[in-house]
Design a protein around this ligand. Structure first.
Ligand SMILES: [Zn+2]
Length: 196
């Protein structure tokens, strides 16, 4: 379960729901995460990158690194099949990019928008790189359920939520209206793969 903090929104649909009380731990029950129009745009770009990955024969995951000023700094997509390297996840690539190009302070103020919740490898890389907030569209728990329903091979890595690896980073997700779209991308990936 993702820990959620309230995100201010500039959308006109904002209602009293955003003021609903939080539990003692600050955790909110399954409420949609509210994002600003700019944040939605970054997340939508991550979904677009996931579609590009699928079109190239890779797994449908994409991520965008955004600086404190809201500008996109770097982006990447999954490349595990095209590079024949199972560690070529976009979140890991962005953590490496951030260490090479940003100061410690810039990294802490940056946000990673990603189509799918970070795996444990990427959560760890995000943490070691000292990056800030994470916004994801679908969760690892959702992906795990989908794979089981399609009889697809499970991940060899335990499907831990980001907070189980990286407790100190604000995390927002899932985002339901994008989740359905990503579920379809993953379904297409797994249903066209030859069974081994
Ligand atoms: Zn990963």
């Amino acid at each position: 379960m993702a820990r959620r903090t309230t995100v201010t929104t500039d959308e006109p649909t904002e209602g009293p729901g955003s003021e609903r009380a939080e539990g003692p731990t600050g955790e909110r029950a399954d409420e949609p995460v509210e994002l600003t129009a700019a944040e939605r745009s970054h997340l939508r770009r991550a979904v677009g990158l996931a579609a590009e990955a699928l079109a190239a024969g890779d797994e449908p995951f994409g991520s965008v690194l955004v600086g404190a000023d809201g500008r996109s700094l770097a982006e990447d997509r999954n490349r595990v099949h095209s590079l024949d390297d199972r560690t070529r996840h976009p979140e890991f690539a962005l953590a490496r990019w951030a260490v090479d190009h940003l100061s410690e302070r810039e990294r802490a103020a940056a946000t990673v928008f990603t189509s799918g919740e970070h795996c444990p490898m990427c959560s760890a890389a995000h943490g070691w790189a000292g990056l800030g907030r994470i916004v994801y569209a679908h969760s690892t728990a959702q992906l795990t359920e989908w794979l089981a329903a399609w009889d697809a091979p499970a991940s060899p890595v335990r499907p831990l939520a980001i907070e189980e690896v990286l407790p100190g980073v604000p995390v927002h997700g899932p985002v339901p209206d994008l989740t359905d779209e990503l579920r379809e991308l993953h379904r297409r990936f797994h249903q066209r793969r030859p069974r081994s």
